[in-house]
Design a binder for this molecule. Structure first.
Ligand SMILES: Cc1cc2nc3c(=O)[nH]c(=O)nc-3n(C[C@H](O)[C@H](O)[C@H](O)COP(=O)(O)O)c2cc1C
Length: 312
């Protein structure tokens, strides 16, 4: 059975990538998870400089999900390259570096720095973080903003460029098209949904930041719909995510049009989820006599629904 998939020029051994912000810098898990057995590791979002992030509480559990407003706490790109990348390289991880800036120039500088670093396989352009005031989602919520930042980064690096789209827009497919026109190699979606939770006893927001981003199984059907819409709109490979917790969820995203997927919140619940997901995918492939997993991408069969619609 062949579980490998291609994201542009990058071939990964299977479609399971650890989602940014939910797997540290990868090295924290290296003694318990074989990083080379994953499709890849998307590391925590990096700015040029280190950042503190928001004051806690910055995580809240919600029905079938979680709300976070970490505020992109991070060690900055230089410390990442010096302190984390050597071990990721040693462990043979496929590394997607999630980058964030407040200006296009910052994104470009990050891309240039990472291009020269040995062991980085792709750049995931975080233009969708809902938890910071400047940059990020400001680009991802504007079509010209998306186009301009993607094309500037595309020109600055030899690495595959993968903009990560926000679901906090009316028509996500138009952002996928803007990314494609700007020269993206793939797109990833979705980042978290803007949301909030209130403690009714104190009438205070549960997060210090007041609003945060919702992730986990609660968002999955919306994320699947968005992947499906983007599949209709662009030819680019799509990395789908949002609430994936079982092998069936992975397969659902692939049938909707994803080439690969990322798993975030569910890995907090079960850090060893990867083996279970891979076992479940293999069992499905055996049951459906599928030799090559990538054949499943975009195979949604809508004919039955159309027949039912016509006959009613
Ligand atoms: C605690 C936390 C931190 C996150 N940090 C980042 C980040 O730094 N960069 C980013 O692009 N996405 C970040 N995300 C979003 C996830 O990568 C993912 O897009 C989202 O959570 C949906 O997937 P999931 O439902 O499997 O978690 C974060 C999510 C969580 C829960």
């Amino acid at each position: 059975m062949d579980l490998s998939v291609a994201i542009g020029s990058l071939r990964i051994p299977n479609p399971l990538i650890a989602a940014s912000g939910c797997f540290g810098y990868g090295v924290e898990y290296a003694d318990s998870v074989d990083l080379s057995s994953l499709g890849g590791v998307a590391v925590k979002g990096l700015f040029l400089a280190p950042r503190e992030g928001h004051v806690p509480p910055r995580i809240v559990e919600t029905p079938s999900g979680m709300l976070n407003a970490i505020g992109l706490q991070g060690i900055g790109v230089h410390r990442f390259i010096d302190e984390k990348l050597p071990e990721l390289r040693e462990r043979k991880a496929t590394v997607f570096v999630n980058i964030c800036g407040t200006t296009i120039d910052e994104y470009v500088e990050l891309a240039r720095i990472l291009s020269d670093a040995d062991g980085v396989h792709a750049i995931e352009l975080n233009i969708s973080c809902p938890n910071i005031k400047e940059g990020g989602i400001t680009f991802g919520c504007s079509l010209p903003g998306t186009h301009n930042v993607v094309s500037a980064v595309r020109r600055a690096t030899r690495l595959p460029v993968i903009p990560k789209l926000t679901p906090n827009v009316t028509d996500v497919a138009s952002f996928a098209r803007a990314a494609e026109e700007a020269g993206a190699d793939a797109i990833s979606l979705v980042n978290t949904f803007l949301a909030m939770a209130i403690d009714v006893e104190t009438r205070r927001p549960k997060l210090t930041n007041i609003v945060g981003g919702l992730s986990g199984p609660a968002i999955r059907p919306i994320a699947v719909r968005m992947v499906y819409e983007c599949r209709q709109a662009v030819k680019l490979p799509i990395i789908g995510m949002g609430g994936i917790a079982t092998a069936e969820d992975v397969l659902e995203f692939m049938i909707a049009g994803a080439t690969a997927v990322q798993v975030g919140t569910a890995s907090f619940v079960d850090p060893f989820i990867w083996t279970k997901l891979l076992d479940g995918i293999r069992a499905y492939m055996r049951r459906h006599r599928i030799e090559t997993l990538s054949d499943l991408t975009g195979t949604l069969d809508t004919t039955a629904r159309h027949k039912a619609w016509i006959s009613s």
